[in-house]
Design a protein around this ligand. Structure first.
Ligand code: FES
Length: 94
C-alpha cells in the first residue's frame, strides 16, 4: 500500500493510500487541509503541492496540469496526481 507523507502547517501527517488515488483524495480522507476550490477538477491551482520525494511514484503529469501551468518539478496538482508508491509532499499555501 502506498504511503504518503504530507507536510502542512508545520505538521506532518502520514497516510496510507490505495493505488491510483489522488493526493487530494488521500489528503481529505486523512484530515490534511488541502484547498480544492474547483472541486478537484483541475481548474484552479489551490491544491498545488511540492513533491519532495517519490515523484517517480506519481502518475504522468496530465493535460489539466499543463493547462494550469503546473509543468515543472517539483510542483503537481494534488487533484490530478495519482499515487502509485510512497511519496512525500508539502501542501503549498494557496
Ligand atoms: S482542486 Fe482545483 S486544480 Fe486541483
Amino acid at each position: 500500500m502506498p504511503k504518503v507523507t504530507f507536510h502542512h502547517d508545520g505538521q506532518t501527517t502520514e497516510a496510507e493510500a490505495n493505488d491510483g488515488e489522488t493526493l487530494l483524495q488521500i489528503a481529505l480522507d486523512n484530515n490534511v487541509p488541502m484547498e480544492h476550490a474547483c472541486g478537484g477538477n483541475g481548474f484552479c491551482t489551490t491544491c498545488k503541492c511540492s513533491v519532495q520525494r517519490g515523484m517517480e511514484h506519481l502518475g504522468q503529469r496530465n493535460e489539466k496540469e499543463e493547462n494550469m501551468g503546473v509543468t515543472d518539478d517539483p510542483e503537481r496538482l494534488g487533484c490530478q496526481a495519482e499515487v502509485h508508491g510512497d511519496v512525500e509532499v508539502e501542501v503549498l499555501e494557496s
